[in-house]
Design a protein around this ligand. Structure first.
Ligand SMILES: Cc1cc2nc3c(=O)[nH]c(=O)nc-3n(C[C@H](O)[C@H](O)[C@H](O)COP(=O)(O)OP(=O)(O)OC[C@H]3O[C@@H](n4cnc5c(N)ncnc54)[C@H](O)[C@@H]3O)c2cc1C
Length: 368
């Protein structure tokens, strides 16, 4: 059969954390046919399958993976519809996300510019509704084409059928591990550029001659200039926090934010406020959540105030010196990383009564 599976494949180099043992089998699939062949290979041998993109949100256990790691490497960006106001691009799962962002900007297409510098592949962005600096992919995704891993049939989900929420979707919740995302269709804007929500990004636009006009301008070069400014400002902010994967920056050997910002219901907020008062904090980040009747807290603030400073280290893992939400590998193991993660979760719970949910996907036992 083609493609040939590799045996005992080292997994460390396939993730940004650079942790984990070996995969029993590994296949890099470059077409739908190869994806189908790989899934059939696993089905015939009753092997579990782990789908992998850029490995920037995946933690492999030290024991590795007893099954097939299927690395999605399908390529292609196709313009499938356009009008004066927008363009619809269908992007294959194995395209590098940041290359796609650059492609959009070069064509004056807006809607993903604030998501510049996020590592990983396009196929993974709908899984956790990737977001940063006020933008989420759910704003531009029109539909997601998937392969059903049980029936091997293709199915297209419209945006509303994806059930997107903060770092959430059907693919991460009730349909977890059910589908292979084959391609994602994005509707990008030709006429508007969203007003940046972050002060630093507003500043980047402020001194652009005719910045306001550029946003709505029909002239592509002005739009491209405005979008490029935003991209550069986002990349500069991300670099400061080691949130761009850079082999020269050891603090970027992470999976990005390790914990999600907790969203707590209205009924839980009084308890949280009381705990903060008891702990001597009169001010703390707490914002009404978009979903209403709930509040969003800052996971970074909770981690820091429960006693974990930036730069903290133990057993070869630690907290990034530039970002208190990023756990980094400093020559340790997945076991050490997960121990640190549990320690942080417990301390934050004791301090605030709030449980921090992990963002990256652990492949292997929880007690790794
Ligand atoms: C330095 C750094 C900064 C980051 N910043 C951000 C940020 O600002 N915002 C944010 O939201 N995230 C951020 N992340 C997290 C991560 O980059 C995103 O979640 C990204 O979309 C993951 O893509 P990937 O291809 O690397 O996914 P992988 O790690 O390869 O996979 C993640 C999950 O998706 C599944 N999956 C992957 N591809 C497919 C597919 N085609 N079909 C079905 N399932 C699939 C995998 O099985 C796995 O469960 C950051 C990570 C790092 C390391």
């Amino acid at each position: 059969m083609s493609p040939n599976p590799e045996r005992a494949k080292e997994l460390q180099a396939l993730t940004t954390l650079e942790l984990g043992g070996k995969a029993e089998y590994y296949i890099a699939a470059r077409s739908l046919e190869e994806i189908l062949q790989a899934l059939s290979f696993a089905r015939d041998r009753k092997l579990p399958v782990c789908l992998l993109g850029g490995g920037s949100n995946t933690i492999f256990s030290d024991q590795g993976f007893s099954g097939l790691v299927l690395h999605l490497q399908t390529k292609g960006v196709e313009l499938i519809d356009e009008d004066e106001r927008s363009a619809l691009l269908d992007v294959q799962a194995g395209e590098v996300w940041d290359d796609f962002v650059s492609h959009c900007i070069a064509h004056g297409l807006a809607g993903v510019e604030c998501l510049s510098g996020i590592p990983g592949y396009v196929g993974a962005v709908p899984i956790q509704n990737v977001g940063a600096y006020g933008q989420e992919v759910s704003r531009t995704i029109e539909s997601v084409r998937c392969l059903d891993r049980i029936t091997f049939e293709q199915v297209v989900f419209t945006n509303s059928q994806c059930d997107f929420a903060y770092r959430q979707s059907r693919f991460k919740s009730y349909d977890k591990n059910r589908y292979v995302v084959l391609s994602v269709a994005f509707r990008l804007w030709r006429k508007t550029i969203e007003e940046p929500r972050y002060e630093e990004l507003k500043q980047a636009m402020a001194d652009l001659p005719g910045a306001q006009a550029a946003s709505r301008s029909a002239r592509p070069e002005e739009r491209i200039e405005a979008l490029l400014r935003l991209r550069q400002a986002v990349l500069a902010l991300r670099k400061k926090k080691s949130m761009v994967v850079d082999p020269h920056d050891p603090e970027s050997k992470s999976a990005g934010s390790f914990f999600m910002n907790p969203v707590i219901p209205q009924s839980g907020i009084e308890d949280f406020r009381r705990k903060m008062t008891e702990a001597g904090f009169e001010e703390y980040p707490c914002f009404p959540a978009e979903s209403g009747q709930a509040y969003k807290l800052s996971a970074a603030w909770l981690v820091e105030k429960s006693g974990f400073a930036k730069g903290y280290s133990e057993n070869g893992v630690g907290i990034s010196a530039s970002h208190s939400l990023a756990l980094v590998n400093r020559g340790g193991s997945t076991k050490a990383l997960m121990e640190l993660s549990r320690k942080i979760q417990k301390r934050v719970l004791d301090f605030s009564g709030v449980w921090l949910e992990r963002e990256p996907v652990l492949v292997g036992p929880e007690e790794a």
